[in-house]
Design a protein around this ligand. Structure first.
Ligand code: ADP
Ligand code: MG
Length: 336
């Protein structure tokens, strides 16, 4: 069978169950943004690993080595944020083509270091090897959290408000600009693509708030990522597309290219916004405090329902996710 027939998640599912019985009590394995390993009576460790492959996740000529170093770590830290944990270390492995210069790699490390320093996360190991052709980067990050406090994708409750922490679609439009338009006015969008901000402080705060239930980060686009929460929690959702936050930069870009910003916002990946669900009675207060603390908005975009299917609406009318509609720009790859 071709891998494409079952896809990335079907493939992972095909072997994940086999290992369940080897997981220690209190641990949590494949299926969330991080794995959870109990380390003491009152602390859990969380771990995540992510790989970036040249020409799959990045095009070397289209991003600076500093940005690539920064982003490689940022996307990993975003998975620590998704659990509500505090990051403690990173491990960096790469397979480097022989044609690479030390100057390029020094710059990569500079970008990686900038983000490490910002959140005080030491690089504590890794591996270096040669590659016959492409540059491959693999990063593992660890974090800690109070026992049993990590936010899982399976924790959404019926009636919860679904919220995101950022405008969606900027990163995808940034990628579109890098690949197609090279438009000087898209600097902001390109920067959002190259330098995503992991929501570490915000997520640790959100994790402390009673009423916050499920959490994950949006790496593949909300159109596909919401299904992870719904499938794990065995719930459905109504997503109000008119409430999906669209930045003025994205609106402007789409006006110019005669595109619907929702296409970028729903199908475009790599925003690394948090996606969370919170009890509807607590949500208003949480959003108010969030805004006071972080000077940014927690955007409600819908509600968790009992049915196991997301319903997308526009002004309270159900709309169809047509094939080729939301996926206009982004052919689904096997892995992202
Ligand atoms: P994310 O987008 O949050 O990084 P992924 O979609 O990459 O998560 O992975 C989904 C889940 O599958 C995660 O729990 C991840 O650890 C697990 N996973 C992915 N690939 C493998 C693999 N080759 N072996 C074991 N687990 C894997
Ligand atoms: Mg994730």
């Amino acid at each position: 069978m071709q891998l494409e027939e079952i896809g990335e998640f079907g493939f992972i599912k095909s072997f994940a169950k086999k290992f369940d019985k080897l997981i220690p009590p209190g641990g949590h394995g494949i299926g969330d943004d991080c794995a959870i390993i109990p380390i003491s009576e009152n602390r859990d460790m969380v771990i995540s690993s992510d790989m970036l492959v040249e020409d799959v996740h990045f095009i070397k000529e289209k991003s600076s080595p500093e940005d690539l170093g920064y982003k490689s770590l940022a996307v990993n830290l975003s998975d620590i944020a998704a659990m509500g944990a505090k990051p403690t270390s990173s491990f960096l492995s790469f397979a480097i083509p022989r044609t690479f210069t030390t100057e390029y790699l020094d710059k990569f490390i500079e970008g990686y270091y900038n983000l490490s320093e910002k959140f005080n996360i030491p690089l504590m190991g890794g591996d270096t090897t040669s590659s016959p052709d492409k540059f491959v980067i693999n990063i593992t990050v660890t974090g800690v959290i109070d026992k049993g406090k990590a936010k899982l994708r399976s924790m959404a409750q019926e009636g919860d408000i679904i919220a995101v922490t950022d405008f969606l679609g900027d990163s995808a439009a940034g990628l579109h600009a890098i690949l197609h338009s090279n438009d000087k006015n898209s600097k902001h969008l390109i920067n959002r693509h190259n330098r995503p901000e992991p929501y570490l402080m915000q997520s640790q705060w959100l994790c402390e708030q009673p009423g916050v239930n499920a959490m994950m980060d949006i790496s593949d686009g909300i159109g596909s990522d919401i299904n992870h929460i719904l499938n794990s929690s065995n719930k459905g959702a109504v997503i109000k597309t008119e409430q999906i936050p669209i930045s003025s930069h994205l609106k402007e870009y789409c006006k110019q290219y005669k595109t619907d910003p929702l296409e970028f916002a729903i199908s475009g990946g790599e925003d690394y916004s948090l996606l969370l669900t919170a009890n509807e009675n607590s949500f208003k207060q949480i959003a108010k405090e969030y805004n006071r603390n972080f000077k940014t908005t927690l955007f409600p975009i819908g509600k968790i329902t009992s049915k196991n299917e997301p319903v997308w609406t526009l002004n309270n009318k159900a709309i169809k996710k047509e094939s080729g509609g939301f996926n206009h720009f982004f052919d689904s790859k096997i892995c992202r």
